[in-house]
Design a protein around this ligand. Structure first.
Ligand code: LUZ
Ligand code: MOS
Length: 759
């Protein structure tokens, strides 16, 4: 089945926030951001801006009727700054005007006087100064202190990964419309309609039921709209509620890049111990997470970093500690992978560090240490249905990695300027929100009297194809033509208290709830049919829109059955509720069973590097991925390819730069480079691993959103291998992104004065 949005997207008919027809009298808002990264506001002069024709009102913190607080996990973030500012671009005021251009002009006329403090941008400096956003956490297994003595080889090092801009095609935005009796309807480009509803209620000091949040679809999100869509929704809600006029806001790209958080940069120290046989006995790691100026989702992201410290490997003795460091940068936030990619880069760096020191290929160490059935993760969960070894083996045999490595060696012997490199990247990613209570969802299904069906869930369509999958779940369960089914917008009045669509779990959680609702309806319909056909419900089956009794057609089709049920006064509406069973976690011991299941896979990435220019290309990526029993392989392959390329971008070319004053330098698409079609791998091959798929995945179709992102980490190591082929003595920091500039600087670095040439 094709993605149900495909035609709408390619014809431009799909509706995004900015396409919603504006109501008469709609006003336009822009946010005023802090010009400095750290300091106090001495004075705000709004007079010139207020005098501009068309300016309706300028809001500051004093105008907030409720609680000036938007922190989702920790209440440490005001909607509009009060006395202090903590990052450049932090919202201080909101200009509302009759049109957007006027609002922007007015913004330039606002004069804010600051008392500046020196900003901190480096997480290690912040940690030194005791600037933590919340207390650190340590995950520990085995007995690491007693293990170092037993290790034949011990290596230590430092690894760093940079931030990443989400670059959703649709920027952040919201449109708030006052309704009768002081109620509000909010259109928001958010992954979390309930988070928006709850936070707006808090800002306005009114109960949640007076706020309706509606989402049709997002033009991409990638985690950037899990918590950080709320800010803009609160702003339009504040203005709309106060002025009793519709208020809209849709961020310009440069405002979006400057004012919103990105993937967390991490700086980490590692120590790894191996036996003579290359078994990893011990791994110790300290992560310094750059959290930015407020906690946002950092506590949860830090948790996922700790969970994924060992990636796909079994390591019996682990100590992983993480600090979330408070810096004067925009609060860093959720981004596909949610802290796991940062952790995986560190363990892969530790393995590469060991391999290079021992002068062996990294894949020997990787292959020796893959997770096996019933291994215990360092957080206590027992690994089940493990496909780490299987995907590894299938990549190696199916894509003849040994042969490829030999060919690359030969190529590198014959070519001096162009060097090739290959790296293998296994991935193991836990599926479930790490915060157990969030793992629940609801669905609401109506069968209309003409036999058509309307489905509402808490899932937000953001291009990932969740609505297509949900439609398939309903069609399969009811055994009706998919064309009969409509996916409704995501709306807080139809489905309440929903978790954000995040953690790769949108299809699983909402799909399970939908399955429950549809099964409920099916049972009612079988009862109706049994009564009419003088038999028992167990003998009734509804298949392809036809009623069967004991497997034989009974001359009753879907339309007739629905008509009958309706006249019989059967309830043709059902709500389903699902809460993931089995999962639990005890934060006091940092042990438990936090994940419903894990997704496994392995990628082989090959690159070609021009050692004269530092330029490189990704020749190919070959993946064996465990989709389980995929509901929709086209949708899943799209996620696989998109995630992979986004991961390669993070590792190689996407470089976020802040200067020492906390100013974003890479603030537009001329200075921030993301992979385009030329930078994408020339070929991507992917084999679906034949697995049955776990019960806890929707119809055994495994979650796909985030896991493939981390295959991209292999690009760094493939490049590193190509660089080492050119100059085995090159000193290459474990620092990503490995941009062409950094490649060039490292290629000619050496502990020795001359470049060693491979013969
Ligand atoms: N969001 C969240 C996530 O709130 N909790 C999670 O565990 C998570 N994991 C991945 C992506 N988003
Ligand atoms: Mo997320 S990183 O919002 O799944």
């Amino acid at each position: 089945m094709n993605n149900i949005d495909a035609i709408g997207h390619v014809t431009g008919r799909s509706v995004y926030l900015d396409d919603i027809p504006e109501q008469k009298g709609t006003l336009h808002a822009v946010a005023v951001g802090s010009a400095i990264a750290s300091g106090r506001i001495s004075r705000i002069d709004l007079s010139a801006a207020e005098d501009l024709t068309g300016v309706i009102r300028i809001f500051t913190a004093d105008d907030i009727p409720g609680d000036n607080q938007i922190g989702g996990i920790i209440p440490d973030e005001p909607l509009l700054a009060e006395e202090e500012v903590h990052f450049q671009g932090q919202p201080i005021a909101l200009v509302v005007a009759s049109d957007e251009l006027t609002a922007r002009k007015a913004r330039e006329l606002i004069n804010i006087i600051y008392e500046e403090h020196p900003p901190i941008t480096d997480p290690r400096v912040a940690k030194e100064k005791g600037q933590l956003l919340f207390p650190p956490r340590t995950f520990e297994s085995g007995n690491i202190d007693d293990t170092w003595d037993k290790c034949e080889h011990i290596f230590e090092g430092k690894a760093e990964t940079g931030a990443q801009e989400h670059l959703y095609i649709e920027t952040q935005g919201s449109y708030a419309c006052p309704m009768e009796n002081g109620n509000l309807k909010i259109h928001s480009s958010t992954q979390g309609p309930t988070i928006v509803q709850r936070t707006v209620a808090q800002i306005l000091g009114i109960p949640m039921h007076r706020i309706e949040v509606d989402v049709t679809r997002l033009g991409g999100a990638f985690g950037g709209k899990e918590d950080q869509a709320t800010v803009w929704a609160c702003m339009t809600a504040l203005a709309a509620h106060n002025l009793q006029r519709p208020v809209k806001m849709s961020l310009h790209r440069m405002d979006d890049m400057k004012m919103t958080g990105k993937r967390h940069p991490y700086s980490s120290d590692f120590k790894i111990g191996l036996t003579k046989e290359l078994k990893i006995l011990a791994f110790e790691v300290t992560y310094y997470q750059n959290g930015g100026a407020a906690a946002d989702l950092s506590p949860a992201i830090m948790g996922r970093t700790l969970f994924h410290a060992t990636n796909s490997y079994f390591i019996p003795n682990v100590r992983a500690t993480a600090y979330s460091c408070k810096t004067n940068l925009p609060p860093f936030t959720a981004f596909r992978g949610f802290g796991a990619p940062q952790a995986m880069f560190v363990i892969e760096s530790a393995i590469a560090c060991a391999a290079e020191s021992l002068n062996i290929p990294a894949n020997r160490i990787q292959g020796e240490n893959l997770l096996a059935e019933n291994d215990e993760f360092h957080y206590g969960q027992i690994a089940k249905s493990v496909n780490a070894g299987k995907s590894w083996a299938e990549v190696n045999s199916g894509y003849s990695i040994g042969e490829q490595v030999n060919k690359i060696k030969e190529f590198n012997r014959q070519n001096h300027q162009i060097k090739k490199g290959i790296a293998l990247m296994p991935v193991c990613f836990g599926i479930s929100f790490t915060k157990t209570p969030m793992n629940n969802a609801r669905a609401l299904v109506h069968i209309y009297q003409d036999g058509s069906v309307g489905v509402s869930t808490g899932a937000v369509e953001m291009g990932q194809g969740v609505n297509t999958k949900l439609l398939q779940v309903a069609a399969k369960t009811l055994s009706i033509n998919p064309e009969r089914i409509k996916l409704e917008t995501t709306n807080t009045t139809r489905v309440a208290n929903a978790s954000p669509t995040a953690a790769s779990s949108g299809a699983d959680l909402n799909g399970k709830a939908l399955l429950i609702a549809c099964s409920d309806l099916l049972e009612r319909l079988r009862n109706v049919a049994a009564t009419k056909l003088n038999t028992t419900p167990e003998k009734i089956e509804i298949k392809n829109e036809t009623v069967l009794v004991s497997g034989k057609e009974a001359g009753l089709n879907w339309n007739q059955l629905i008509e009958m049920a309706f006249l019989d006064r059967t309830n043709l509406t059902a709500a389903g509720h699902y809460a993931t069973p089995v999962i639990h976690f005890d934060k006091s011991t940092e042990k438990g069973h936090p994940f419903a299941y894990h997704v496994y896979g392995t990628a082989a990435i090959t690159v070609s590097l021009d050692c004269l220019r530092g330029r490189y290309e990704t020749d190919k990526v070959q993946v064996v991925h465990d989709f389980g029993n995929s509901l929709n392989l086209k949708v899943d392959m799209g996620q696989m390819e998109g995630g992979l390329v986004q991961g390669i971008g993070w590792m190689t070319m996407e470089e976020i730069a802040f200067d020492e004053t906390g100013r974003l330098l890479s603030n537009s698409l001329s200075t921030y480079k993301v992979p385009d079609i030329y930078a994408a791998p020339k070929t991507i091959e992917c084999k679906a691993l034949e697995t049955e798929g776990p019960e806890l995945a929707i119809l055994k179709s495994k979650a796909i959103g985030e896991p493939p992102f981390m295959y991209g980490i292999g690009a760094y190591f493939a490049l590193r291998n190509a660089m080492k082929a050119f100059n085995p003595m090159a000193e290459i920091p474990f620092s990503a992104p490995l941009t062409p500039e950094k490649v060039l600087l490292s290629l000619f670095s050496s502990k020795q004065p001359t470049i060693v040439q491979a013969k």
